[in-house]
Design a protein around this ligand. Sequence first.
Ligand SMILES: NC(=O)c1ccc[n+]([C@@H]2O[C@H](COP(=O)([O-])OP(=O)(O)OC[C@H]3O[C@@H](n4cnc5c(N)ncnc54)[C@H](OP(=O)(O)O)[C@@H]3O)[C@@H](O)[C@H]2O)c1
Length: 276
Amino acid sequence: MHTVNTPTPASRQYWLTGASSGIGRELALQLAARGHIVYLSARSADALQTLAAEAPGQLIPLPCDVSDDAQMARVFEQLPPEQRPQWLDGVIAGAGVCEYVDLPVLETATCRRVAEVNYFGVVNACAAALPLLQRAAQAPGRGRPFIAGLCSMSVYTAFPRAEAYGAAKAAMAYFLDSLRCDIGRQVDVCLVYPGFVATPMTAPNDFPMPFCLSADEAARRVLAGLEKARRPRAFAFPWQLHGILKLAAALPGLWYGVIMPRMRRTPTLDSKEASR
Ligand SMILES: NC(=O)c1ccc[n+]([C@@H]2O[C@H](COP(=O)([O-])OP(=O)(O)OC[C@H]3O[C@@H](n4cnc5c(N)ncnc54)[C@H](OP(=O)(O)O)[C@@H]3O)[C@@H](O)[C@H]2O)c1
């Protein structure tokens, strides 16, 4: 059970997408425990209400579908004017879905569905938040606001069945890195690369998830990175999986030629099994 601290002048205002479950839910509770105000977004309004009841007045439900451009453009207008944020000190774009591709079935619709949330959902959140982040950037004494995107180590090197998930995460990573170039020093743009985390998203996974963390621990590490005096452009955890996958990315021959064939579960299109 997280303790809740009453907001103080030092309190910050954050917007969190993907707040109804997993890492996002733990982030919301840990931010409330620090006395901050958090606008909570996800599609499940009931789950957000239940979460908000843990810290009334501090956790503020803001249900939305991040893939709905029009809804996101007016997302704060669903709140009564007195409750709408006049600025934001940070946005954590954590809303995400995971669907795997299993050959021989390759459906563009799967890739589009995942990209709508994991890539365009991040674009929508940034577009909606930027004016409010810039207001915080101009306010004296508030520190530099930030945009943080929950990416994935699956972008380090390609994995089987990750055509939809990995590609959308790679797109959001490029988008945020490019946005950083244009935003300049007003707003920090951070990319977070978690390894495996035990959440409803990974619960269906029937393959090994080495160095898997709890959602509570993952949230703690996300905040530890974002609360650093000099916020990193990017950070990853756990270091073990980060190290292994960075090494794999540096050895593509070994990765694609030796390791991948052992990880693959569906017959390749050129294999005998496929021709049966
Ligand atoms: N778990 C891992 O191993 C892991 C590793 C690396 C990165 N990540 C990333 O971390 C983030 C959180 O993942 P998680 O593991 O905590 O997953 P999760 O428990 O499934 O949570 C996903 C969150 O995204 C929300 N969401 C999904 N589609 C949405 C939409 N269209 N509009 C608004 N909200 C939407 C969900 O709420 P509703 O369904 O209520 O909308 C939920 O709150 C994701 O971006 C994921 O890709 C996870």
